[in-house]
Design a protein around this ligand. Structure first.
Ligand code: MRU
Length: 348
């Protein structure tokens, strides 16, 4: 393990769940306390916490809060209220499958008999959280091993510590590559419209002293054309059974450009992001957020008002454009249905 890992977006303590309010970064570092599943669902919907694995972890703690509250109110029939709270959490955001994966894992504890249910729900949420950090370190090592010599890389959105339990998926590879002396420069797309790259990726890398250079999204193809990028490294919100990859809007364009320019395209995601129940990316629900995110910035109009905008916030990169998928279970070159079935057969 290296020292380039100081940021934590989710904190569970005796006092409850604390989420670093990512809407306020990089200007202010403020944690928001959640005391109920509804609080957590609202925080996910409003982007206090975001990024596929982090959403799943937060939701798992949301179930713990639901069980705590329900058991306190009604120890004999505590289960009655939980299904409703799980549904509220499930409705918070549609694309990242880690949310549904984590809720399913937590819901499985409902059928276990015994006294006070809180400790077992709490232990499972902490395990989900810990497993994610461990997976990220493993993926960091595996991904960095694919990089043969010091080079420049490009990333999109924020697939870092802030988007996970810690260390990050794509940024985990970048952290490990930096620690191994294989990263010359990381270019971070600003990632319109929410600016995850500018507000979060640039900030979190700065915390750990990793040299990041921010670029406008439209500059990425130009950098590739000039031979300035060796690898594009991104995370994912859901990977279909055939290897199609849903990730932040703009990822598909990067993959097309990477292929055109002979640049490596690496997707880094834990197996909790792989959804074998959807055959192809066409079946992945793509979230559309308010057009306000495009028309205004921090309350200031930056386009004519009136709703003439469209804000899909994810896209799907077809599997044939994915050079390599890095998971905690191993590396899959040119992912397809057969290779992912094999990988997931061992994923438990
Ligand atoms: O809308 P967001 O900020 O939740 O989108 C996040 C992304 O698209 C990330 O790239 C993805 O979740 C992978 S995070 C490890």
């Amino acid at each position: 393990m290296n020292n380039f890992d100081s940021v934590r977006p989710i904190r569970w303590s005796r006092e409850g769940l604390f989420l670093l309010d990512q809407r306020l970064l990089p200007g202010r570092y403020i944690e928001l306390q959640c005391t109920s599943a509804v609080d957590v669902a609202t925080a996910i919907r409003d982007m206090v916490v975001r990024g596929a694995p982090a959403i799943g972890i937060a939701a798992a703690y949301g179930v713990v809060l639901a069980v705590q509250n329900s058991y306190q109110e009604n120890p004999d029939n505590w289960r009655d209220a939980i299904a409703k709270d799980i549904n509220i959490l499930a409705a918070s955001r549609p694309t990242a499958v880690n949310l549904f994966w984590a809720l399913k894992r937590m819901a499985a504890l409902m059928v276990v008999d015994g006294e006070d249910p809180v400790p077992r729900f709490e232990a499972e949420a902490i395990t989900i959280h810990d497993e994610d950090v461990t997976a990220n370190h493993r993926m960091g090592e595996l991904g960095a091993a694919l990089i043969s010599e010091p080079c420049n890389m490009l990333t999109h959105c924020n697939a870092g510590a802030l988007a996970t339990g810690g260390y990050g998926t794509a940024l985990g590879v970048i952290r490990s590559a930096f620690a191994a002396g294989k990263l010359q420069q990381i270019y971070a797309d600003e990632t319109r419209p929410w600016l995850q790259g500018a507000r979060l990726t640039a900030w979190e890398l700065e915390q750990d002293g990793i040299p990041a250079r921010l670029i406008a999204d439209g500059a990425a193809a130009y950098l590739m054309q000039r031979g300035m990028i060796r690898w594009v490294v991104v995370g994912s919100d859901r990977i279909a059974a055939n290897g199609d990859v849903a990730n932040k809007i703009g990822t598909y364009g990067l993959a097309v450009n990477a292929r055109h320019h002979g640049v490596g395209f690496m997707v880094v995601a834990p197996t909790s992001t792989i959804d074998m129940s959807v055959a192809t990316g066409a079946e992945i629900p793509i979230e559309e957020r308010t057009t306000d995110e495009l028309l205004n910035f921090q309350g200031v109009a930056i386009a004519p008002q009136g709703g003439v905008a469209w804000n899909p916030v994810f896209d799907v990169t077809p599997a044939p454009l994915v050079g390599v998928l890095v998971t905690e279970r191993g590396v899959v070159h040119a992912p397809n249905h057969e290779k992912l079935s094999h990988l997931m057969a061992g994923a438990g």
